[in-house]
Design a protein around this ligand. Structure first.
Ligand SMILES: [Zn+2]
Length: 327
C-alpha cells in the first residue's frame, strides 16, 4: 500500500521556480538547465521500481517515497522506504548507465559510459548512513527495535554491474530493479520474526510523514545567485509576463491583456520554493507587487494557511500549498 507518493522532488520544483524568475541571459542559466536535466533523469530512474514494487502483496507492505527527516542536526533523505511486520527496507535508486564497478576498497563507484570513466561516492555507504540515522530516529520517537536493512537499486536494466572477485558483500546490497520482489520475499524468510502489528506499522508510517521536513533555501545559495536577481511579481499564466497588476480584485497582464483571479497562487508557491516556507503581509506585498495590506490579508486569509504570531509580525505557513497535510 503506497502511503506517500513520489511527488516531483523539491530540488526540481525549486530550480524550475528560479528558472522562470531569472532573466533568460543570466550567467547561471546554463548551470540551472544542466542541474534540472540531471535531477529529472534521476527522478525518471526512481519510477523504474514502481512496477516491481506493485507486484508485492499490497496488504503486507507500506511504501513511502521521498521522505526527508531530521535527526539532531542532521538531515537525511530516503528515496523509498518499505515497512513490513518483520523489517524496514530502505531503497536508494541509482540511474547509472554503462558499466558500473563497485570498488569497496576505496568505497567508490566507477562508471564507464561511452568510453568516459567517472567516479562517484559509493551509494552503499550513503544508504548505510541513512540506515543508521533512521535507526536512531526510530529510537528517538520510541518505536520498538526492528531490523532496518537497505539496498541500492540500479534502475537501468541495460547497465552492467561489476565487483571485485574477492568481494563477498556488494552482491547482497546491490540489485537490478526487476529482482526487487524476489529479494524482498527472500528477506522475509531470513528475518522471520514478526515485530510490528499492522497498527504499529501504520503508526510508524504516519509519524514519518508527519516529520517529513522540506528544505528549499539552500539552492539559491548553492548557485551563488543573489536574491535581488530574482524577478518578483505575479506571472501571467498565458504569456508568462512578470509582473501582473492588481486591480478590482483581479490580476491584469499589460502584455497580453489577460485577467486572472487566482494568479497569485503560483507566485506564493515560488516564494516558498525560492525564499522561505513562511511569509508575512509585508513580504507578500513586496513579492506580489500589491501595496494594500488589506488586499494581501484577504488573499492570505482566504487560503486558510496555518499562522504564527500576531498582527504585523504574523507569519503564514506556505507549506500546505506545496504539500497537502499528511493523512
Ligand atoms: Zn499575459
Amino acid at each position: 500500500m503506497i502511503l506517500k507518493t513520489r511527488e516531483l522532488p523539491l530540488n526540481i520544483l525549486v530550480l524550475e521556480a528560479i528558472e522562470r524568475r531569472l532573466e533568460n541571459d543570466h550567467p547561471k542559466m546554463p548551470r540551472i538547465k544542466e542541474l534540472l536535466a540531471k535531477y529529472r533523469k534521476g527522478h525518471r530512474g526512481e519510477h523504474s521500481i514502481d512496477y516491481p514494487l506493485s507486484i508485492l502483496p499490497e496488504k503486507e507492505y507500506l511504501i513511502l517515497h521521498n521522505i526527508r527527516l531530521q535527526f539532531q542536526k542532521l538531515h537525511f533523505q530516503i528515496d523509498t522506504l518499505l515497512i513490513c511486520s518483520r523489517f524496514i527496507l530502505l531503497l536508494e535508486v541509482k540511474n547509472f548507465g554503462g558499466t558500473i564497478f563497485f570498488d569497496r576498497k576505496f568505497n567508490q563507484l566507477i562508471q564507464t559510459y561511452h568510453g568516459n570513466v567517472k567516479s562517484y561516492t559509493c551509494p552503499i555507504i550513503q544508504v548505510s548512513n541513512q540506515e543508521r540515522l533512521l535507526r536512531q530516529w526510530c529510537g528517538q520517537h520510541n518505536f520498538n527495535e526492528i531490523p532496518i536493512i537497505s539496498l541500492v537499486v540500479i534502475s537501468d536494466p541495460s547497465s552492467m554491474i561489476k565487483i571485485d572477485p574477492a568481494d563477498r558483500t556488494t552482491f547482497q546490497k546491490v540489485i537490478h530493479s526487476h529482482y526487487l520482489p524476489t529479494k524482498i520475499e527472500q528477506q522475509k524468510t531470513i528475518t522471520n520474526k514478526t515485530v510490528y502489528s499492522l497498527k504499529e506499522m501504520k503508526k510508524l508510517a504516519r509519524t514519518l510523514i508527519k516529520h517529513h521536513k522540506l528544505n528549499t533555501t539552500h539552492i539559491l545559495r548553492l548557485l551563488d545567485i543573489d536574491p535581488s536577481e530574482i524577478k518578483t511579481g505575479v506571472q501571467c499564466p498565458i504569456c508568462s509576463y512578470i509582473p501582473m497588476v492588481r486591480n478590482n480584485a483581479l490580476w491584469h497582464c499589460d502584455e497580453c491583456l489577460h485577467r486572472a483571479k487566482e494568479a497569485h497562487m503560483p507566485a506564493l508557491k515560488d516564494f516558498f520554493l525560492i525564499f522561505n516556507e513562511t511569509i508575512t503581509n509585508k513580504e507578500a506585498r513586496e513579492f506580489l507587487h500589491c501595496s494594500s495590506p488589506d488586499t494581501i490579508k484577504r488573499i492570505l486569509c482566504s487560503l486558510h494557511l496555518p499562522t504564527s504570531g500576531k498582527t504585523k509580525s504574523r507569519k503564514y505557513s506556505l507549506t500546505p500549498l506545496i504539500h497537502p497535510p499528511p493523512i
